[in-house]
Design a protein around this ligand. Structure first.
Ligand SMILES: Nc1ncnc2c1ncn2[C@@H]1O[C@H](COP(=O)(O)OP(=O)(O)OP(=O)(O)O)[C@@H](O)[C@H]1O
Ligand SMILES: [Mg+2]
Length: 484
C-alpha cells in the first residue's frame, strides 16, 4: 500500500455525523481504576474505547496505526508525564485532539498543556456530563476541520479526477447520489480506465471520507494469504502466525474497503466473503470471537463477471450481492471529450512534478492522439505525457503511437524478408540501394515528425535545400497523416 490514502487507518479519523456516538476514544491513565471507570462509562454512551497505561504504550498504539478520534490524557503519570506525551502525540498526529485530565491544583500544568496544543481539559473527579459535553465539542471542532481539509483537497489534489465527457459526468453524479447509501458498488472497465479513481471518489464523497480507504488487490496474493490479510488471525492460527494480526476488514471499520480485481478471488474465499457481507461480521483465523464491522464495500474488475458466472468461475449469489450498483467506465477511445482535459492535467502535473517546461502539443501529435485506440486507456495517456515532459520531444511519443506494423524498424525487416524469399535473386547492389533508400526515407520522416512537418526546418535539420526535401517527400511518398 502506497499513497497517504492507503494507510490502513485514516490518520486519526473523525466520526461521521450519523455515527457521532461511535467515535473512538483513547484513554491514557496510569490508574487501572480510572481506566476501567472511563472505559465503562464511555462505552455505555456509545463510544469505542481503547486504553493505555502510560504515554509510551499510547504512542506505541498510535504508531501501530490506531486511529482514535480523541485522546483523554492524564497529566500526572509515573515515568513519562502527560505533557511530554502530549508533545509526542502532537508530533505524530498534529490533527488529533487531546483532552488533558488533571486534579484540581495543577493549574500551571494545565496552562502549559493548553499552550502545548491540548484541545481542552477536565478536572478529576470527572463530572460525567462535563466529560460528555467536552468530548462532543472537541469532536465537532474536529469534524469541521476535516471537512475544511477535504474541501481544500478537492481543489488542489493532484489526483483530482476529470469528469468531462457526458459518460463520466453521469458517473460522477451517480457517485454523489449513492456515496452515502452504503450499497455495495461494482466498478468495471478496461485496464487503466479509472476504476480506482471512481472507488476513491465514492469514498471521498461519503461521510466515511475521514476514515480509512483500504485497498486490497485480490490478484496479488495466493488464496490463503489473501484470507488472512482480509480477516486477520490469532497467534498460532497457522504455522508462522507468531502474533495476532488485524485483517483489512477490521482496519477499514467506519471506512471503505476496495476489493480490486475481485474476479481473481478463489471460490472458497468467494464463499467466505459472501457470508461476511451478509452478516457484517466475521472471525479472525484461529478464533471464534465474532467481529462486527461497519464497512462500505467497493469492488472492481476488468473482467466480465457475468460471463464468469455463466462459466461457473464466479459465484452467482456473490455476484448479485456485489453488483447492487454497477458503474461501468467506458474505454478512453469511446469518450474523446476527455482527451483534451486529461492531456492538460497530465502536462500540468508532470511538468510541475519534474520541474520541466510544460510542452505544448503540435497539431500532428494531437491528430495522432485522437486516432490512437489507447488499449491502456487513461494510464497509457498519462505515461505518454510523462514521457513527453521528460524528453521534451514529440518524436518518441509519436513513435509509440504508430499503428502496429508501421514501426520504422519493421520496414527494414520487411525488406529483409523479401530478400530471404527471393533467395539471392536480387543482386547485392540492388539490396544496398534499397536499404539505403529505406534508411533515407526513415530519417527524412523523423525530421519531419520532429519539426511538426515544418519542411523548411526539416531541411535545415538535415542540411539539404528546401527544394531537395520537397522532392524527397514526393519520392518517398511521405505525408503527415502517415507517420502519425
Ligand atoms: N477521469 C480521470 N481523471 C484523471 N485521472 C484519471 C482519470 N481516470 C484515470 N486516471 C488516471 O489514470 C491512471 C489509471 O487509473 P486507475 O488506476 O484508476 O485505473 P484502473 O481502472 O484501476 O486500472 P487497472 O485496471 O489497470 O487497475 C491513474 O494514474 C489515474 O490517476
Ligand atoms: Mg486499478
Amino acid at each position: 500500500m502506497g499513497g497517504a490514502d492507503e494507510t490502513p487507518f485514516a490518520r486519526g479519523g473523525t466520526p461521521s455525523p450519523r455515527r457521532a456516538g461511535g467515535a473512538r476514544v483513547l484513554v491514557v491513565d496510569d490508574s487501572p481504576g480510572i481506566r476501567s471507570y472511563l472505559a465503562d462509562l464511555l462505552e455505555l454512551r456509545g463510544y469505542r474505547v481503547d486504553t493505555a497505561e502510560d504515554g509510551r504504550s499510547a504512542l506505541a498504539l498510535l504508531e501501530a496505526g490506531a486511529a482514535p478520534d480523541v485522546v483523554l490524557l492524564d497529566v500526572m503519570m509515573p515515568g513519562q508525564d502527560g505533557l511530554a506525551t502530549l508533545r509526542q502525540v502532537h508530533e505524530l498526529r498534529p490533527e488529533l485532539p487531546v483532552v488533558m485530565l488533571s486534579v484540581v491544583g495543577q493549574a500551571r500544568t494545565i496552562v502549559e498543556a493548553m499552550e502545548g496544543g491540548a484541545s481542552d481539559y477536565l478536572n478529576k473527579p470527572i463530572d460525567e456530563d462535563e466529560l460528555e459535553a467536552t468530548l462532543r465539542s472537541v469532536l465537532r471542532r474536529r469534524l469541521l476541520e476535516d471537512e475544511r481539509r477535504a474541501l481544500r483537497e478537492r481543489v488542489t489534489d493532484p489526483d483530482a479526477a476529470i469528469w468531462e465527457s457526458p459518460a463520466l459526468r453521469s458517473i460522477r453524479s451517480m457517485i454523489d447520489q449513492i456515496a452515502d447509501t452504503d450499497v455495495t458498488v461494482l466498478v468495471t472497465g478496461e485496464s487503466g480506465t479509472g476504476k480506482e479513481i471512481v472507488a476513491r471518489a465514492l469514498h471521498r464523497a461519503s461521510s466515511r471520507r475521514c476514515r480509512a480507504f483500504v485497498k486490497v488487490n485480490c490478484a496479488a496474493l495466493p488464496a490463503e494469504l489473501l484470507e488472512s490479510e482480509l480477516f486477520g488471525y490469532e497467534r498460532g492460527a497457522f504455522t508462522g502466525a507468531a502474533g495476532r494480526k488485524q485483517g483489512r476488514f477490521e482496519l477499514a471499520h467506519g471506512g471503505t474497503i476496495f476489493l480490486d480485481e475481485i474476479g481473481e478471488m478463489s471460490p472458497p474465499l468467494q464463499a467466505k466473503l459472501l457470508q461476511v457481507l451478509q452478516e457484517s461480521a466475521f472471525t479472525r483465523l484461529g478464533s471464534n470471537r465474532e467481529i462486527r464491522v461497519d464497512v462500505r464495500v467497493v469492488c472492481a474488475t476488468h473482467r466480465d463477471l457475468h460471463q464468469m458466472v455463466r462459466e461457473g468461475h464466479f459465484r452467482e449469489d456473490l455476484y448479485y450481492r456485489l453488483n447492487v450498483v454497477k458503474i461501468a467506465i467506458p474505454p478512453l477511445r469511446e469518450r474523446p471529450e476527455d482527451l483534451r482535459r486529461l492531456v492538460e492535467v497530465f502536462l500540468d502535473r508532470y511538468s510541475a512534478h519534474y520541474r520541466r517546461p510544460r510542452p505544448s502539443l503540435s497539431p500532428v501529435l494531437w491528430r495522432a492522439l485522437e486516432a490512437h485506440r489507447f488499449p491502456g486507456n487513461v494510464r497509457e495517456l498519462g505515461n505518454l505525457m510523462q514521457r513527453l515532459v521528460l524528453l521534451g520531444d514529440e518524436a518518441a511519443v509519436l513513435e509509440a503511437l504508430r499503428p502496429e506494423g508501421a514501426a520504422t524498424g519493421d520496414r527494414l525487416g520487411e525488406l529483409l524478408r523479401e530478400l530471404e524469399e527471393s533467395a539471392g535473386a536480387l543482386p547485392l547492389r540492388e539490396v544496398g540501394r534499397r536499404a539505403a533508400l529505406e534508411a533515407e526515407r526513415q530519417i527524412i520522416e523523423q525530421a519531419l515528425v520532429r519539426t511538426g512537418w515544418n519542411r523548411k526546418q526539416a531541411a535545415r535539420l538535415l542540411g539539404v535545400s528546401y527544394k531537395t526535401i520537397l522532392q524527397k517527400i514526393r519520392e518517398c511518398e511521405l505525408s503527415p497523416g502517415r507517420g502519425a
